[in-house]
Design a protein around this ligand. Structure first.
Ligand code: MG
Length: 260
């Protein structure tokens, strides 16, 4: 994984959170517009081009382009992952979306040195009920996790809420990839597992900014990488969905910076 780790949890000032909100708003706008863009017949590269054009038109910087990997940097602005692909799919002009697919898109933007990061999973045309259920439950698990991102709560409260929502519906949560703190770096402390026990882990404080991102599989939770060394897939070939928001914990509660 491409974690550039910071060993301490940096609390952000109101001014820093404003910058992240500007970055986050652009991410949110792109992800909302993709509901109209994504349809059978387009390629995963089309999604990447759409995202990058939008980011560049605002003189901002795509956050994922050039992120260090095992063998080579990530070559695109969006991660686009189809069906059994969990995260980090590389957009390609030869990958065509077909009716019935589900596709996860993860986008990051940098504005004045500060990051915003979010993801959604989309249906391609008409999809099977089971796939639709997976998408809905994954989004709900994100919302339940975000609902625990409050001052005075603990990190494990977020993890537990996500895991319980996914598992109660008969799905599993990926364990090898986690949410993360975010700010002047794409990946900061703390790591936010999508599984865990409530009332455990660090205490959440106003000023923490977190990217909460459940990855939920229809089958088992195990994943592995493919030959391209970036794309992560489910080991059993089952479908996977991914939703993410960047959220700031405030004195009053929580603000979702990537929601438009
Ligand atoms: Mg993220």
């Amino acid at each position: 994984m491409f974690f550039k780790k910071r060993n301490i949890i940096e609390l952000k000032t109101a001014k820093e959170i404003e910058r992240m909100k500007t970055a986050g708003k652009v991410v949110g706008e792109i992800l909302n517009k993709l509901y109209d863009v994504i349809k059978p017949g387009i390629t995963t590269k089309d999604i990447d081009i759409f995202s990058e054009k939008h980011i560049r038109s605002l003189k901002m910087v795509p956050a994922f382009l050039g992120v260090k990997g095992i063998n080579y940097p990530f070559p695109s602005s969006a991660c686009v992952s189809i069906n059994n692909e969990v995260v980090h799919g590389i957009p390609s002009a030869s990958r065509v979306l077909r009716e019935g697919d589900i596709v996860s898109v993860d986008v990051g933007v940098i504005y004045e040195g500060y990051y915003g990061d979010a993801a959604k999973t989309y249906p391609v045309g008409n999809i099977l009920k089971a796939a639709d259920e997976l998408i809905k439950v994954t989004e709900m698990s994100l919302n339940k996790g975000v609902g625990q991102a409050l001052p005075g709560k603990r990190l494990g409260d977020i993890s537990y809420a996500i895991q319980k929502t996914a598992e109660d519906a008969g799905f599993s949560v990926v364990r090898d990839f986690v949410g993360h703190g975010i700010g002047r770096y794409l990946h900061e402390e703390p790591q936010i597992p999508n599984f865990g026990k409530s009332n455990t882990g660090i205490r959440l404080l106003a000023g923490m900014v977190l990217a909460i991102e459940p990855m939920v599989n229809a089958g088992g939770y195990e994943v592995c990488s493919t030959d391209d060394t970036w794309t992560i897939v489910t080991k059993d070939g089952s479908l996977s969905a991914h939703f993410e928001h960047t959220v700031a914990i405030t004195e009053e509660g929580c603000e979702i910076l990537t929601k438009v």
